[in-house]
Design a protein. Structure first.
Length: 135
């Protein structure tokens, strides 16, 4: 079974977007290291350069939370990069065949330490984070 990163790479390439895996394996520590602590894949999209955190559907919110805590993510967004969490899960109606489904959340920088989480496919946009005035 392909990993979420492999599925995401295949998805990007199937849409004609050049993409490259940027996480690396440390054989001594036996652990994977993401670019800037949260990016597995870089995708050259018509809207801009997208850093993607690829994961299983069950860990979507945990990966998003972890990414928001990374100081380098703030720099990535300030530099004009786009960040998205792509998670994969088998979904479908009861009694029917389950299909791999992609869930995408885009994180955009608004103000200092304030982020907007956008549902890229389906649903309505939600805003999470804290504005400086609300402190």
């Amino acid at each position: 079974m392909p990993s979420p990163t492999a599925r995401s790479l295949q998805y990007a390439k199937s849409h004609g977007w050049p993409a490259q895996v940027v996480e690396r394996w440390n054989p001594y520590a036996k652990v994977r290291h993401d670019l800037f602590g949260c990016i597995d894949l870089v995708v050259l999209h018509p809207e801009g350069i997208i850093g993607v955190q690829a994961c299983a559907g069950s860990s979507h919110s945990a990966r998003r939370k972890k990414a928001l805590e990374q100081p380098h993510l703030h720099a990535w967004l300030e530099a004009g990069g786009i960040f998205e969490v792509w998670s994969w899960a088998k979904r479908g109606e009861r009694g029917k065949a389950k299909r791999w489904t992609l869930r995408q959340d885009r994180i955009e920088k608004l103000e200092a330490w304030d982020f907007r989480i956008l549902k890229v496919h389906g649903g309505t946009s939600t805003v999470e984070g804290r504005k400086e005035n609300d402190a």
